[in-house]
Write a protein that binds this ligand. Sequence first.
Ligand SMILES: Cc1cc2nc3c(=O)[nH]c(=O)nc-3n(C[C@H](O)[C@H](O)[C@H](O)COP(=O)(O)OP(=O)(O)OC[C@H]3O[C@@H](n4cnc5c(N)ncnc54)[C@H](O)[C@@H]3O)c2cc1C
Length: 419
Amino acid sequence: MSTQTPDIAIIGGGPVGSLAAATLSRAGYSVALFERGAAPNAGTTRPDTRGYALAAGSVQMLDDLGYWSSVAEQASPIRSIVVSRRGGLGRVHLNARDHGRAALGQVVPAAALDPMLHEACRAAGVDRHYDATLAGLDPAEGDRRTLHIRGAKGEAAWCARLILAADGVGSPTRKALGLPVQRLRYDADALVFDVRPDRPHNGQAFERFTDEGPLALLPQADGRMNVVWVAPPPTCEQRLEQTEAERLRELQARFGWALGRLRPAGPVVRFPLERVHAPQPVAERALLLGNAAHSVHPVAGQGLNLSLRDVAGLLGALRTGRQADGTPTFAADPGAAAVLETYANARRQDVGSVVAATDFLARGLMHAAGLRGHGLGAGMMAVDRLRPARDALARSAMGLGPLPRHMLAHLPAAGEGAA
Ligand SMILES: Cc1cc2nc3c(=O)[nH]c(=O)nc-3n(C[C@H](O)[C@H](O)[C@H](O)COP(=O)(O)OP(=O)(O)OC[C@H]3O[C@@H](n4cnc5c(N)ncnc54)[C@H](O)[C@@H]3O)c2cc1C
């Protein structure tokens, strides 16, 4: 079989690999995407119960790219967030209106994001392969690097200028590249499911720190709330064995009655929680994106937001200029060492600070009891009263850092942009 030669080969067709594939194809590169799972319409995928809290900056990015309108109807605005501590004083109340905005962010069901991204890949002309896994990776040779893909019809070689590893926390591609990684398995899992409260949520999100971990309720469309309930693995195990009614009773006791009675509204899925950080996300003609480069505790709903900024950062590193009509131009060789170095430098600070901040929240507040808990309560009260502290917290929740907005808004609809 002859070797195929795309500009860019992406391993992993999760949200990050798919968004990277669609946008890089629109930038004019030929892109091949390899996903080990089945094709989206095969009907064999397990339900993903997560509702992604997307910060206002991420929503803006998807809107600039022309992707937001197709998920907007299934999204629910976060108009305010209440951060509190179970069994203790002190709470922080962030309100979008206080910051001149209609919403701090939006909650989008994973089940809505996936089809939108698949359609984006199809429209951009990405060459997609399902049931396809990485079987091996050769060292770079000249301006290309060969990867071996095992698919339904056997093994084939692909020779790309740039290889993107978007294959998740365990990233076989990261391993094959020999890039170092720091990993910490938290003593915690998350149970994620929908509930329907008696009272309307009015766009309010709740983040509660409890003695066993954070408990978040995120507003969803049609009145539901998405629950992210973090606890040590044996506790999660017990809760999975309970009847729905028992589980809901326990949740209600932990969350309280702010929204009236909580009723079940969907299946429960368990997610193991791990911190992953690859301090050096680039190798020769290869780069790590999303969970393969960094996976963070869901305590602040930052993981996907951070990864979307990876994709924007990569487009920024590839951009060489713009034409008279505003259309950006991109590097002829996407895997050139200078591009990869620009990318790594541009992403270092954002990734490092989100990994550290979420780790602090997850580990420092995991057991918010005793003296440490009092300190936390006092800190929360102080933040709630001090306008500058509240503003800083709201800005970080909205993720409104600098994005290459002009370039994102001017990407051609289908691949025609590379220099
Ligand atoms: C409980 C929970 C709640 C969360 N909530 C939020 C939130 O509210 N907001 C937010 O911003 N983030 C949130 N996150 C984080 C978010 O889920 C991740 O940031 C996001 O999933 C990263 O996507 P990814 O594409 O990098 O990785 P993944 O989603 O893990 O996708 C990796 C893909 O690679 C494929 N793959 C793996 N190995 C191979 C191989 N060898 N060959 C081919 N394909 C392969 C897999 O099948 C998969 O499709 C949450 C995470 C958890 C656990």
